[in-house]
Design a binder for this molecule. Structure first.
Ligand SMILES: Nc1ncnc2c1ncn2[C@@H]1O[C@H](COP(=O)(O)OP(=O)(O)OP(=O)(O)O)[C@@H](O)[C@H]1O
Ligand SMILES: [Mg+2]
Length: 418
């Protein structure tokens, strides 16, 4: 007899660096995305905000809004980037209690579980499948294994029980396969916030009936580069000079650069607000010739506006990428009339080296698969919208059609089919 607390079928959870989504598939039916935030929205930003005044935790868009409205509290983003690093077990105070970052991932997954129950009459699906990138950590199998174990442990504390894992790019392929009418060898490209993953897979209506798909997976590769690295690069080069990066001090030396790199890295920003880090930043004063730049840096740090800056850069990146036109970085909150912009040319130039590594990883995947060229390229993940990335893939694989999938929901849907 089925447990009264569970419902037959599979829950797929795509715990992403930037966005998360969940999908449910009842036996014999099509998978559907679940609303994680309100009734309409399906996916949600992987973000938490601990509001200190009301002692409450906010999630997703609500968390971002609270932070940007200047509520008192702490924002957490890019938590997935901590999996596999020693920072994951560091403790931090949340609503008066010390918890690890792994526990915070657990709190986030519990929210996903709660929202799933809301959508399914108070019950959870019998099986839960979580996605994982091909590599959480590049070239470090031990830390990679640890990363998956930590995620499984966080899922247990969230009340999800024993979860199984499926590679994210394979999940994306399963979603695509539902729409294919004949057999094809497809290069699945998933460029997300934290990782770029590639799979060459044989797909088709006949293959879809195989219980075990290992035979159909011809190769997988992955590299730890994604949209947050693009944000980092754009932030360092376009914004940080306004705060003193590469600025020459009275002695003719540049201001030490590490604060600018950390301030441009989503998952490191919160560490800059510790008393020790703030004291170190204050000590940079004597390294500046132009104190105006120093004051901007300190304004960002003292007011804990690092995520706001990173968010402004990310929004400008997305706007420049989707409109293919220059987009202003919103900086009026830092200083009236202070302006910066991201143009399509800047995207092309600054991201070129990173995108070349991404495309090299795609080429390696196709080579490992032993095929001359794939029949199609299936694009998923938010960063696959970048035109420069698509152009680079077109150069590498001339004449191969590029098919755009559901950039944000495809992995979760596929996981529910796993
Ligand atoms: N139109 C766009 N152009 C360029 N980048 C975009 C666009 N839309 C979203 N992005 C970027 O896509 C990334 C998020 O993509 P996605 O939701 O697929 O990642 P994720 O699943 O959270 O990450 P991962 O799979 O690496 O863990 C962010 O870095 C975001 O800035
Ligand atoms: Mg993803």
């Amino acid at each position: 007899m089925a447990d009264v607390l569970t419902v037959p079928g599979t829950l797929g959870i795509d715990f992403g660096t930037s966005n998360s989504a969940a999908a449910y598939r009842a036996p014999g039916q099509a998978a559907r995305l679940l609303p994680l935030e309100g009734a309409a929205a399906t996916g949600m930003p992987t973000a938490l905000f601990f509001n200190t005044e009301e002692q409450r935790t906010h999630f997703g868009r609500d968390a971002m809004a609270q932070y940007l409205e200047g509520e008192e509290g702490r924002l957490m983003r890019s938590l997935k980037s901590l999996l596999g690093s020693s920072l994951l077990q560091e403790k931090t105070a949340v609503h008066g209690k010390l918890v690890s970052y792994q526990d915070i991932i657990g709190i986030f997954l519990k929210r996903v579980a709660d929202q799933t129950r809301r959508a399914l009459d108070g019950r959870l699906p019998e099986r839960v499948v979580l996605g994982r990138p091909v590599h959480f950590v590049d070239a470090h199998p031990e830390r990679d294994r640890q990363a998956q174990e930590s995620l499984a442990a966080a899922a247990r504390t969230a009340g999800l029980g024993e979860v199984s894992f499926q590679l994210e790019p394979i999940a994306a392929a399963l979603d695509y396969e539902q729409r294919l009418e004949r057999e094809a060898v497809v290069l699945v490209v998933d460029i997300g916030g934290g990782t770029s993953d590639f799979t060459v897979v044989r797909l088709g209506p006949a293959q879809a009936r195989h219980a075990d798909r290992t035979q159909d997976i011809l190769a997988t590769t992955g590299v730890h580069i994604g949209g947050t690295d693009f944000d980092h690069r754009l932030n360092v080069e376009q914004l940080m000079p306004l705060l003193g990066y590469r600025h020459l001090g009275p002695s003719g030396r540049e201001v030490p650069s590490s604060v600018f790199f950390d301030l441009s890295t989503w998952h490191l920003i919160q560490w800059l607000y510790s008393p020790k880090a703030l004291a170190a930043a204050r000590a940079l004063r004597s390294d500046y010739r132009d104190l105006h730049l120093y004051q901007r840096l300190m304004r960002v740090l003292d007011a804990r506006e690092g995520h706001r800056l990173a968010n402004a850069v990310e929004q400008a990146k997305i706007a420049a990428s989707s409109r293919h036109a220059a987009a202003a970085v919103e900086l009026g909150w830092l200083e009236p009339d202070l302006a910066a912009e991201i143009t399509p040319e800047v995207l092309g130039d600054l991201l070129q080296a990173l995108l070349q590594q991404v495309v090299a990883c795609a080429a390696e995947c196709v080579q490992q698969a032993g095929v001359a060229a794939p029949d199609a390229i299936y694009l998923t993940g938010g960063s696959s919208a970048l035109r420069t990335l698509r152009d680079a893939l077109r150069q590498q694989f001339p004449g191969v059609p590029q098919v755009e999938g559901d950039l944000f929901g495809g992995v979760a849907t596929g996981l529910a089919y796993a």
